[in-house]
Design a binder for this molecule. Structure first.
Ligand SMILES: Cc1ncc(COP(=O)(O)O)c(C=O)c1O
Ligand SMILES: Nc1c(O)cccc1C(=O)C[C@H](N)C(=O)O
Length: 405
C-alpha cells in the first residue's frame, strides 16, 4: 500500500469520526501527536478556569465554609459516582482518594480479611506494574499470607482451596495486553477466591463491566485515560455486596461513621465512604471532577471502537512504512487481547523515542527496549496516527542505516 493511500484513508477515517471534535476540548498544540495519554492524560482546557474558581472563590473567599457549601466533604463519593459508569459500576461503590498504590494496599488487605481463615495465599500478577507487586508482597507479610506470583493467563490454574484473593492488572502497562477479566474473575469465584483488579490502563479506554462480571474489589488511577492531571487521586471500588465486611487496614477518621464525633473508638461508615482514609486532596480532586466533563455525551463503547480502529491503523501503517524487522509488536493482534496502546520492541528504543519526541511524536519508553504508544480516542485522530507511524519509520530508517563515511 502506498503512503498516499494511507494518508487518504486517515483523512476519510477522521472525517467519519464521531469523536473527532472532542479534541478541541483539550489543550494540545497542532504540531504534536500526543501518544502518552496512557501515562499522563492531556489537560481539558476548561479545567484551568474551574480551578481558578476553586482556588480564588472556594478556597480564597469561602475558605472553611467550602467543606459544606462547595461540596468538598462529599467530593470523594460524588466523583466516584462520576467514574462509576465508565467502569460499569452502579452508584455508591467507588470512592476517590489516595494513590493507586495505597488503594492496592487497602483492597488486598481487605480482601484477605474477608476470606476464610484457612485461605493463606495471595496470587499476584507476574507482569504487574511494579507497585502492585511491592504492595502485595508487603500485604502478604503483614497478614501472614504466602504470595504466589503467577502470569494472569495462569490464574485459573493456580487458584486453589488456599487462595484468598488474586490481584491482576486488567491491561499490561508494558505490552498493552488486555487480560480476560470476566474469565479470570469467574475462575477465582469458582474456587471461592476474591478478584481484585487494577484498572489503571483500562478505565476510560475500554468497557470494564465491574458489576456485570461480579468483580469484588478494584482500584485505578485517574491521570491516564481519565485526564485528571498529574498525581490526581486514584479510586477504590468495593462491590456493594462486600461493603459491610470491608475492614479497611487504614481506618482513618474520614471513614468513620461519625467523623466529627471525634470519638475514641472506631466505627466504620456504611458504603463506599468506608474506603476513605484522611482529608481528601481537594485541589487535585476537583481538577479531576472538572476533567470528567469531557465524558458528557460519550460512551465507553464508542471510545473502545475508535481505540481499536486507531491501534489497528497504527499497526498497519507501521507495517507498511517501517524497515522490515526494525520493530516487533508486543501488543496482541487480537482485539479481545488488546488494550489502548501499541508496544513495539526495538533494539535501540531509547534513541528512537528521543528522536521521535524531537519530531513532535510523543510516546514513551519502557527500558530497555519497549516503545509505547498510547491511543486516547478523545484527542488522537487517524491523521495523527499515520503521521506518528511515518515519523517512526523515518527515524528507524535513520537509526538503522549504517553510519556514513
Ligand atoms: C497498573 C498500574 N498500577 C499502578 C500505577 C501507579 O500507582 P500510583 O498511582 O500509586 O503511582 C500505575 C502507573 O503509574 C500502573 O500503570
Ligand atoms: N504515575 C506516573 C508518574 O507519577 C510519573 C511518570 C509516569 C507515571 C505513570 O503513570 C507510569 C505508568 N503507570 C506506566 O504505565 O508506565
Amino acid at each position: 500500500m502506498s503512503e498516499t493511500r494511507l494518508d487518504e484513508r486517515a483523512a476519510e477515517l477522521d472525517a467519519a469520526d464521531e469523536l473527532g471534535k472532542r479534541r478541541e476540548l483539550f489543550a494540545l498544540e497542532d504540531g504534536t501527536v500526543y501518544l502518552d495519554g496512557n501515562s499522563l492524560g492531556a489537560l481539558p482546557r476548561h479545567v484551568r478556569d474551574r480551578m481558578a474558581d476553586v482556588i480564588g472563590r472556594q478556597w480564597g473567599e469561602l475558605r472553611i465554609r467550602s467543606w459544606d457549601e462547595s461540596g468538598w466533604w462529599t467530593a470523594p463519593e460524588r466523583i466516584g459516582d462520576r467514574i462509576a459508569p465508565l467502569v460499569g459500576a452502579g452508584p455508591g461503590q467507588i470512592v476517590v482518594g489516595d494513590s493507586t498504590s495505597v488503594n492496592v494496599f487497602k483492597a488486598v488487605v481487605a480482601a484477605v480479611r474477608m476470606a476464610p481463615d484457612d485461605r493463606d495465599e495471595i496470587l499476584v500478577d507476574a507482569t504487574t506494574f511494579p507497585t502492585d507487586g511491592y504492595i502485595a508482597e508487603s500485604a502478604a507479610r503483614l497478614t501472614g499470607h504466602r504470595l504466589v506470583v503467577v502470569d494472569p493467563a495462569r490464574v485459573p490454574d493456580a487458584v486453589g482451596p488456599r487462595t484468598a484473593a488474586a490481584l491482576v492488572n486488567h491491561v499490561d502497562y508494558r505490552t498493552g495486553r488486555l487480560h480476560d477479566l470476566p474469565g479470570i474473575t469467574a475462575a477465582l469465584h469458582s474456587r471461592g477466591a476474591l478478584a481484585v483488579w487494577d484498572l489503571c490502563h483500562s478505565a476510560g479506554a475500554l468497557p470494564v463491566g465491574l458489576d456485570e462480571h461480579g468483580v469484588d474489589l478494584a482500584v485505578g488511577c485517574t491521570y491516564k485515560y481519565l485526564n485528571g492531571g498529574p498525581g490526581s487521586p486514584a479510586y477504590l471500588y468495593v462491590a456493594e455486596r462486600h461493603q459491610d465486611r470491608f475492614d479497611s487496614p487504614l481506618p482513618g477518621w474520614n471513614s468513620h461513621a461519625d467523623p466529627f464525633g471525634m470519638t475514641r473508638g472506631y466505627r466504620p461508615a456504611e458504603g463506599a465512604v468506608r474506603g476513605r482514609v484522611g482529608t481528601p486532596d481537594i485541589l487535585s480532586m476537583l481538577a479531576l471532577e472538572a476533567a470528567l466533563d469531557v465524558w458528557d455525551g460519550v460512551t465507553v463503547e464508542a471510545v473502545r471502537a475508535k481505540s481499536l480502529a486507531l491501534t489497528d491503523f497504527f499497526l498497519e501503517c507501521v507495517e507498511a512504512y517501517a524497515p522490515p524487522g526494525a520493530v516487533t509488536p508486543l501488543t496482541p493482534a487480537a482485539h479481545a487481547e488488546r488494550g489502548s496502546q501499541v508496544a513495539l520492541a526495538c533494539p535501540r528504543a531509547p534513541a528512537v523515542m528521543e528522536a521521535l519526541i524531537a519530531r513532535g511524536v510523543v510516546g514513551d519508553l519502557r527500558r530497555p527496549d519497549v516503545l509505547r504508544f498510547g491511543f486516547t480516542p478523545l484527542y488522537v485522530g487517524f491523521a495523527d496516527t499515520e503521521r506518528a507511524a511515518r515519523a517512526l519509520a523515518d527515524v528507524l530508517a535513520g537509526v538503522h542505516s549504517p553510519p556514513s563515511g
